[in-house]
Design a protein around this ligand. Structure first.
Ligand code: XIL
Length: 353
């Protein structure tokens, strides 16, 4: 009994000494990247911004302040946002973003002057002959570019003019202005601000070789004809299942034009199948991080002068258009619903290494 007591006492003393020793050893400090993407990346890193969220959600604003040196208005610079009726322009929201960006000394990319989607009814109902349409088109472009002259560095002049099969999309613009409207949009924008960098923005380069060929042919044609184009925007609304080879080919093919390349609307869906009951897993997050890395790495390998930047389409998963547009759960961005960095963020850092 006496021996047992001694044993127990020593045992207890041993345990106490172990635990107190453990307390003396500091826990390993996790390596946290305290810099923002803009400090780590050798090319501009940006996000599209909802003006309403910027005004109302402090963590959202904080992430933008910390991470990015380029911003694009998610909707506020579209025709419906800026030009709600024929003779009315609404600048307030877009100007708010521009003032915010000027305060931070960061770049504003304008999106988008001409698009077939998000059209206000005054455009879809517009009556007039070819001259009236041309005048409306030119006035729209030049009023906006002139307003932001000197503060908006670059514009998506035309968005999504091609079909996936490489033919020109039939839109209200092509129908009333003829197929060469894209070139004239660039000329009008250039007249209004000769210093603005002018981009053609499109989606699907990663899955349609016909579309990327059509875009590159247009760029070559513009060069021959002296139409002022500076860059190509690759929206890259892609998903976890897209192959690395396709993502890399999209970027490298666009770069063959010699133009500046902007990955302009990046997001990587985890629920491209629209599964309403999908649950987010670590496996999803790991795969997504790997895809972000592939895209960033391929982009980082382009010649410096061609790297206009990478812009994600909004900031945190909860802000993503994919949830509302497709009405499904999804987690496509580098920040989660609470603006914490996801594995995807680490994927971006890995791609920059
Ligand atoms: C989307 C916005 O994110 C949504 O809020 C809006 O309802 C529809 O437009 N390609 C583009 C972007 O060029 O302008 C689109 O943005 C997403 C697809």
């Amino acid at each position: 009994m006496y021996k047992l007591l001694i044993l127990l006492t020593f045992g207890a003393l041993f345990l106490i000494s172990c635990s107190s020793k453990k307390d003396l050893i500091p826990d390993p400090v996790p390596v946290v990247e305290t810099k923002g993407l803009k400090e780590v990346s050798p090319f501009p890193f940006g996000a599209s911004v909802s003006i309403n969220l910027l005004k109302t959600r402090v963590p959202y604003e904080n992430v933008i302040r910390k991470e990015y040196n380029s911003v694009t208005a998610e909707n506020a610079m579209k025709i419906g946002g800026l030009h709600p009726s024929e003779n009315t322009f609404y600048w307030t929201d877009a100007d708010y973003l521009v003032t915010f960006a000027i305060g931070l000394g960061i770049r504003v990319h304008g999106h988008t002057l001409i698009w077939h989607s998000s059209l206000p009814s005054w455009v879809t109902n517009f009556q007039g002959d070819a001259v009236a349409w041309e005048n409306m088109f030119k006035t729209h472009i030049q009023t906006i570019v002139t307003h932001f002259k000197g503060n908006v560095t670059s514009w998506d002049v035309v968005n999504e003019a091609f079909n996936d099969d490489g033919t020109l999309r039939s839109t209200i613009w092509s129908q009333h202005l003829g197929n060469d409207y894209v070139a004239r949009a660039f000329q009008y924008a250039h007249e209004a601000d000769p210093n603005a960098l002018l981009f053609y923005n499109e989606y699907g380069h990663e899955y349609s070789s016909a579309k990327r060929t059509a875009v590159n042919n247009m760029a070559a044609d513009f060069k021959t004809r002296g139409i002022p184009i500076d860059g190509l925007g690759l929206q890259m609304h892609t998903n976890q299942n897209q192959t690395d080879a396709n993502l890399i080919t999209a970027i490298n093919t666009a770069a063959q034009t010699g133009l500046k390349i902007h990955i302009s609307e990046l997001d990587i869906s985890l629920n491209q199948a629209n599964n309403q009951s999908l649950v987010l897993t670590d496996a999803h997050l790991t795969l997504q991080a790997a895809k972000y890395k592939v895209i960033v790495k391929a982009f980082a390998a382009l010649p410096t002068a061609q790297r206009y930047g990478i812009t994600t389409w909004n900031v945190g998963d909860a802000d993503s258009w994919l949830r509302s547009f497709y009405n499904r759960p999804d987690w496509p961005l580098p920040f989660d619903d609470n603006y914490n960095r996801k594995p995807a963020y680490q994927g971006i850092l890995d791609g920059l290494k």
